[in-house]
Ligand binder design. Structure first.
Ligand code: NAP
Length: 245
């Protein structure tokens, strides 16, 4: 894929899938910035990723509009590739009445929609025209249900349609990668036990669980210059789990 150095921003690039994505770009010699809420996690990832150029870190809660605005100066002035990876399920909300239902839906919206939408809006004027790439992470949950989390991940697909429509005339593509289960991230808190891994493996057609590098490869393709004719699309990477064994 492309050998020209690019400026890449990866939200949630300090752990899991985001770290694998940042690592992939850094290995190509691209200039990578990773953003997240925990300074020490970002610093450790930046050291580990290394590469030819230092990885830049930006400590920011991407669900807070005023914080994103304040941190704009620390983000690159020109962006070739924006990867909206930050997200997750957040702190569990206890079962209860409608107050807890609302709390759970707001939590999932804040954790998954706002980071993608606010960072993209903030960086819109800085996206390379033509040639810019926006890649956003959804989830297999968007196609399977999974309550409020699946619903907000599905909403990212609808949002991406608008984004692709808006950015297409400027020569910028906007696409979504939809991962199935991926081990080795902080998404589920503690690492999965052998029984859980076996259950997840059995759901796939390829007989293994996903790794962060699997998802990084899908993002890398959609971010490549060669993928310039693909926009407003989503790419599943789930080992065939959608076919439901
Ligand atoms: N693992 C899976 O099986 C799986 C499957 C389908 C989809 N996904 C999606 O893949 C993406 C990456 O998740 P992961 O599995 O790699 O889990 P992860 O290790 O928990 O990564 C999530 C990253 O996002 C950052 N983040 C979360 N909220 C943020 C906010 N408001 N502002 C800034 N940074 C924020 C976190 O860092 P801080 O906590 O330091 O902010 C963390 O580095 C997520 O969108 C997730 O929904 C994961």
């Amino acid at each position: 894929m492309g050998s020209v150095e690019r400026v890449v921003v990866v939200s949630g690039g300090g752990t899991g899938i985001g770290k694998a994505i940042a690592t992939w770009f850094a290995r190509q010699g691209d200039r990578v910035t990773i953003a997240g809420r925990r300074a020490e996690v970002l610093a450790a990832a930046a050291r580990e990723i290394g590469g030819d150029r230092p990885v830049r870190t930006v400590v920011v809660d991407l669900s807070a509009p005023d914080e994103v605005e304040r941190k704009l100066d620390e983000l690159p002035e020109r962006v070739d590739v924006l990867v909206n990876n930050a997200g997750g399920r957040g702190t569990p909300v206890r079962q209860g009445g409608l107050k807890e239902v609302a709390e759970r839906w707001r939590r999932d919206f804040d954790n998954n929609i706002l980071p993608a939408v606010l960072l993209t809006e903030a960086l819109l004027p800085r996206l390379a025209r033509p040639g810019g790439r926006v890649v956003t992470l959804s989830s297999l949950a968007a196609q399977r249900g999974n309550g409020s989390y699946g619903a907000v991940k599905a909403a990212l697909l609808a949002w991406n349609h608008s984004l692709a429509t808006q950015l297409g005339p400027a020569g910028i593509t906007a696409n979504v990668v939809v991962p199935g289960y991926v081990a080795g991230t902080e998404f589920f808190g503690a690492p999965a036990g052998e029984e859980e891994l076996a259950r997840r493996r059995a759901q796939t057609l390829v007989g293994r669980v996903g790794e962060p590098d699997d998802i990084a490869a899908a993002v890398a393709f959609l971010a490549s210059p060669e993928a310039g004719y693909i926009t407003g699309e989503f790419l599943n990477s789930n080992g065939g789990a959608l076919l439901g064994r």
